[in-house]
Design a protein around this ligand. Structure first.
Ligand SMILES: NC(=O)c1ccc[n+]([C@@H]2O[C@H](COP(=O)([O-])OP(=O)(O)OC[C@H]3O[C@@H](n4cnc5c(N)ncnc54)[C@H](O)[C@@H]3O)[C@@H](O)[C@H]2O)c1
Length: 254
């Protein structure tokens, strides 16, 4: 283990959705821990602006276009990152859609759009980056960003969303088993409410439900979620796999 158990000196990290909100916090914290970070985002202009801003502060951050709803885009983004740098050490499946639709008004289109980005996209990216990690032979880390909705921080309209995040949890379980023999760990972070552009701009019915209560410790910031990601990515967690860490400011006991 290195001198500091929480440093990522020179490790390559690929963060989806790193142009905004929680993903941006993850990119900052990983870069400050010494990682070289590639932001993979559909909003490529925003991702490039974030990368340029952090690069100006001496961090190693760049961007690659990715649309998680398109398998071809996922394959191309993984190939581009690997071509530039070799296999990532860390994949953070952070990008997600949070729009709401009541169960009784639900449409198949909303379910499919939500699952395409929140579950199928991470599944395909884990396949692509997992193959690169295995070929690289150096092990690696995968961290999936699900939601504290899975432990009761729920509001009306999140049927498709919560089901997609449960699918991501199931993926963690299976991937942790299949990748352990390659020295790759797979873990899940459950954010509670964070006032991000995505959360504030989510469309749908009024957000009624237990997650409207103020969490006992207050509202989390993106960097609070990022700290849990850093833990799973760090040397300190080398024997930690298939674990779930909620950063929900105590919502689950409120
Ligand atoms: N904010 C919260 O309260 C909260 C709570 C629990 C879980 N989460 C989860 O945290 C993650 C980040 O959420 P956030 O609030 O920061 O969201 P956000 O909308 O602010 O940021 C999401 C990022 O993902 C990107 N993205 C969206 N669709 C994409 C696609 N098809 N391909 C590639 N990139 C795409 C966006 O461009 C954006 O940069 C999500 O998975 C979300 O479900 C958020």
């Amino acid at each position: 283990m290195s001198a500091s158990p929480f440093m990522l000196d020179g490790k390559l990290a690929l963060v989806t959705g790193g142009a905004s909100g929680i993903g941006l916090g993850i990119v900052e914290v990983l870069a400050e821990a010494g990682a070289q970070v590639v932001i993979a985002d559909r909003a490529i202009a925003d991702a490039e602006a974030v990368a340029a801003g952090l690069a100006a502060r001496g961090r190693l951050v760049e961007a690659v276009p990715l649309d998680l709803a398109e398998e071809g885009s996922i394959i191309a983004a993984a190939a581009e990152v690997t071509r530039r740098h070799g296999a990532p050490w860390l994949l953070v499946n952070n990008a997600g859609l949070q729009n709401r639709e009541l169960l009784l008004d639900a449409s198949a289109g909303h379910w499919e759009a939500t699952h395409a980005v929140n579950a199928r996209g991470p599944f395909l990216l884990m396949r692509e980056i997992g193959r690169a990690m295995v070929a690289g032979g150096a092990g690696g880390r995968i961290v999936n960003v699900a939601s504290a909705a899975l432990i009761g921080s729920i509001i009306h309209g999140l049927a498709a969303y919560t089901a997609s995040k449960a699918a991501l949890g199931g993926l963690t379980l299976t991937a942790a088993l299949e990748l352990a023999e390659h020295g790759i760990t797979v873990n899940t972070v459950l954010p509670g409410g964070v006032a991000t552009p995505g959360a504030m701009g989510a469309t749908g019915p009024e957000a009624r439900g237990p997650a409207r209560r103020r969490p006992p410790l207050g509202l989390c910031e993106p960097r609070d979620i990022a700290a849990a990601v850093l833990f799973f990515a760090s040397p300190a967690a080398r024997f930690v796999t298939n674990q779930v860490l909620a950063v929900d400011a105590g919502w689950s006991i409120s």
